[in-house]
Design a protein around this ligand. Structure first.
Ligand SMILES: Cc1cc2nc3c(=O)[nH]c(=O)nc-3n(C[C@H](O)[C@H](O)[C@H](O)COP(=O)(O)OP(=O)(O)OC[C@H]3O[C@@H](n4cnc5c(N)ncnc54)[C@H](O)[C@@H]3O)c2cc1C
Length: 379
């Protein structure tokens, strides 16, 4: 339909978790079209995550959005998901003597928002995570209510929520240009021309590229590559927690997967252009060394490796809100390493902002304001 003009209330650009949560939360209120460049939704960062839900991770804004998302995730996405979205799996942040001060601070900040978070010593760490090599770590932060997320089920739940309420989702629909006249955007895409008074930019690593099409000032978004891979072990990993070590030279994390496998990562953050990210052998090798130093696992080979772009605003908080200079242009970018776990609350926020409503009560009670999320917030 290249020459047809399709009129809706909101065009959302991007079919990752951000775009579909916005579509699902907006569709009950207005006509929505979501345009995705790839022939498959969630092809980029959303399809490449480690699938972890942590409340003690990121800055204060991310923590509040994560906490504000838990009830929705526990409710099977308000009944839209057929399977549980959260599967309990504790989280241990560990370190040697040089990390004790940082870990103590992390435990204190975490416990202020989530009282079950606490500092643990080496004997308890070895009990919780028997793979850790004795004598390597001295302290850890234990987050017992951390969980594994079913990312694809969550993404599908949002797609269902959007479609059930009449949203149109179009793939192979690269957006090529945006222009605005008399309060209406014309969105030219490979799947035709769309008109809408409002555009939501949920383009992930391409957020500033899409912003430029709208003539918005760039936010300075930084896509950063993160590598992950799976390995087979001889251990029964099922009851192990997710383990993170944030300081070099043992910077890495690992997380149990079904059948004795582990998902590992060097926790890398290499600056990148927006692209279809691929893993670099050197990053995988670094992670294997780090995991082998930290544990008794003796990893030698990798099953599958991949990489994705975690995209950050300069202050590393997500950007959810109206551009201050371009009318009808709403940013939904900069989700960094928490875009899946914060998606339910972020979708509610964008829906409220687009409809001119106050932020959801639950987030206001957590002291989150529109200014905290706005593109030009004080930094
Ligand atoms: C290795 C790794 C581990 C991670 N672990 C976790 C985790 O445990 N927990 C967590 O919460 N988060 C995690 N993340 C982060 C999380 O995956 C991201 O924050 C989230 O997926 C971002 O979603 P998004 O929708 O913004 O981006 P994307 O999924 O990248 O979606 C953006 C979409 O926009 C489309 N697009 C761009 N330009 C255009 C255009 N011009 N026209 C049409 N479409 C366009 C792209 O094709 C893309 O599909 C991890 C990320 C990585 C890489």
């Amino acid at each position: 339909m290249p020459n047809a003009v399709n009129r809706v209330d909101v065009v959302i650009i991007g079919g990752g978790i951000a775009g579909v949560t916005a579509a699902s939360h907006l569709a009950p209120h207005c006509q929505v079209a979501l345009l995705e460049r790839e022939s498959q939704l969630a092809h980029h960062t959303t399809g490449r995550s480690a699938a972890i839900f942590l409340e003690n991770y990121g800055g204060p804004v991310n923590r509040r959005l994560s906490i504000g998302s838990r009830a929705f995730l526990e409710s099977h996405a308000d009944g839209l998901a057929d399977v549980p979205l959260l599967n309990p799996e504790g989280m241990l942040d560990v370190g040697g003597p040089e990390a004790v001060a940082e870990l103590t601070e992390l435990a204190t900040a975490g416990a202020a928002l989530v009282p079950s978070i606490r500092l643990v010593d080496e004997p308890e760490i070895l009990e919780l995570a028997p793979a850790i090599r004795p004598g390597v770590v001295v302290a850890g932060v234990w987050e017992p209510d951390a969980a594994t997320l079913d990312v694809m089920a969550l993404h599908q739940a949002f797609v269902r929520g959007a479609r059930n309420n009449g949203a149109t989702i179009v793939r192979d629909a690269t957006v090529r240009s945006l222009s605005r006249s008399h309060g209406v955007w014309t969105v030219e895409s490979d799947a035709g021309h769309w008109e809408a008074p409002i555009v939501v930019n949920a383009a992930g690593a391409w957020g500033d590229v899409v912003g430029k099409m709208a003539r918005a000032r760039p936010l300075g978004l930084e896509p950063r590559r993160r590598t992950a891979f799976t390995v087979q072990t001889d251990f029964d990993t099922e009851s192990w927690p997710f383990v993170n070590h944030s300081l070099e030279p043992r910077r890495c994390y690992f997380k149990p997967e079904a059948g004795g496998q582990l998902l590992c990562s060097p926790a890398d953050e290499t600056l990148s252009e927006p692209c279809d990210a691929r893993p670099e052998e050197i990053d995988v090798a670094r992670a294997i060394d780090a995991v082998n130093e930290l544990t008794i696992l003796d990893i030698r080979s990798v099953k599958t490796a991949w990489a994705g772009l975690r995209t950050f605003a300069p202050d590393r908080d997500p950007v959810l809100g109206w551009d201050d200079q371009v009318d009808g242009f709403c940013w939904m970018v900069g989700q960094g390493g928490t875009g899946i776990q914060t998606a339910p609350a972020s979708g509610e926020v964008v829906s409220a902002i687009v409809r001119g409503e106050p932020l959801p009560r639950m987030l206001r009670d957590l002291d989150l304001t529109e200014t905290d999320l706005a593109p030009r917030r004080p930094r």
